[in-house]
Design a protein around this ligand. Structure first.
Ligand code: PMP
Length: 420
């Protein structure tokens, strides 16, 4: 693709070429990129210093952060190409009225695509909310029970613990099992759980982001009228899930499905409408459900980004395919850890190791700083474990390419060879 004539000193910020948008900045600020993976640009002498094609790969790192986390490259590029003028509307999604037809089409498509991905039945509402998953720690008890009601919390990590502590303000929660004394390395057998026969709900955190403990199947509440509630923030849309096993699922977007600022709630409709009197309007699920998540101004751009991610996941073949990729990536990394003869160690019980967050320690902990520094030099960043556990943590969400995990594993082997 040849560069078009873009020579005027104050050229417009954006010009459309055949396939993509080319961004221009003043000569002094932008070096020319003459090649990139997706676009091949031949710069003439006069345009050379002023042309920057916003493609990447070469200049992006492998970001192993736990969230906000890496997003699919093609989604970022699509958002970039639509940023300035969405579908000929003459404005960016950031500038649109949330009640206009354009944004309505965006949120409706996002919901429809999410429904297809997770096979969400009609008797469940899908809500796009704000306040992160942390807000749901309060919204769940406020909506699902009266002040004195009993509820059960199965705690497999610090997010479940935080959810329990918040619920104490609004109902009568009980921790029926906690892995804290063992430093959160497992999920208990469901047979021995002392579930309360009157509990309005049983709460789990489906994937504990910090400790890397993931439920592979789910407990059933003992109360026939009780429901299972799951915080799926860090494994949402990473694999198929039978939504009908849950009364409510919630997930902050910023790990697998979008930027921070959006929290998705999937809730069975018959559970709506019984919020405690003190419930703030913004935490009342029924109000959001009745208004299709447009009761007030929603996080429009974040919802748009989630929609692009859902579209991409469907294009990949849906969550069965996505799960296969995630299993492959996680398998390679856990194998490398397990085969390192103790140089690296993952403390989590094998049967419940997370496909998304892989924590590991170095036998020689004095090497951790060097490991991180060397990894960063190789453009692999955010590998430091959570401050509460130390060690390393590689978050390998849907958008982490296989190449990123392969590169990390090659680096780990090399590092070991140098320091064993
Ligand atoms: N639950 C889990 C499992 C998480 O990983 C996080 C964030 N790391 C939260 C809840 C809190 O999410 P937020 O910061 O969006 O409130």
């Amino acid at each position: 693709m040849a560069a078009t004539s873009l020579n005027a000193p104050n050229a417009p910020l954006l010009q459309k070429t055949h396939q993509t948008h080319v961004f221009l900045k003043p000569i002094s600020t932008i070096p020319c990129q003459t090649s990139a993976r997706r676009f091949s640009i031949s710069c003439s002498a006069t345009t050379q210093d002023r042309l920057s094609v916003q493609s990447q790969s070469q200049d992006r790192v492998f970001n192993f952060a736990a969230g906000p986390a890496t997003l699919p490259e093609n989604v970022l590029l699509k958002a970039q190409s639509e940023l300035y003028n969405w579908h000929g509307s003459g404005m960016s999604v950031m500038e649109m009225s949330h009640r206009g037809k354009d944004f309505r089409s965006i949120i409706e498509k996002a919901e429809a695509d999410l429904r297809s991905l997770l096979n969400i039945p009609e008797n469940y509402a899908v809500l796009f909310l704000q306040g992160g998953a942390t807000t749901q720690f309060a919204a769940v008890p406020l909506n699902l029970c009266a002040p004195g009601d009993s509820v059960d919390y199965l705690v497999t990590g610090s997010w479940g613990d935080k959810a329990f502590k918040e619920a104490k303000k609004y109902c009568n929660p009980k921790v029926i099992w906690s892995g804290k004394s063992e430093n959160y390395v497992r999920v208990p057998s469901f047979d021995g759980l002392e579930l309360n026969p009157n509990a309005k709900y049983l709460h789990i955190c489906a994937n504990e982001t910090i400790y890397g403990v993931e439920f592979k199947d789910y407990p059933v509440p003992r109360n026939p009228n009780g429901v299972l509630v799951a915080d799926m923030s860090s494994n949402f849309c990473s694999k198929p899930v039978d939504v009908t096993k849950f009364g409510l699922i919630y997930a902050g977007a910023q790990k697998n499905v979008g930027p921070s600022g959006v929290c998705i709630v999937i809730v069975r409709k018959d559970l709506l409408g019984n919020a405690q009197e003190i419930t703030p309007v913004m935490l009342d699920y029924k109000i959001h459900a009745d208004n299709n998540s447009l009761y007030n101004t929603p996080p429009c751009y974040g919802i748009y980004m989630c929609g692009l991610v859902f579209e991409d996941l469907l294009k990949q073949g849906g969550l069965d395919e996505v799960e296969k990729k995630n299993q492959k990536k996680a398998g390679i990394l856990y194998n490398a850890i397990d085969e390192s003869k103790g140089f690296y160690r993952c403390p989590v019980e094998k049967s419940v190791r997370s496909l998304m967050n892989v924590p590991f320690t170095l036998e020689k902990s004095e090497l951790e700083a060097e490991f991180l520094k060397e990894a960063e030099k190789e453009k692999m960043v955010q590998l430091k474990g959570h401050r509460s556990v130390g060690g390393m943590r590689a978050s390998i969400y849907n958008a982490m390419p296989l190449a990123g995990v392969e590169k990390l594993v090659a680096f780990m082997k090399d590092f070991q060879a140098k320091h064993a």
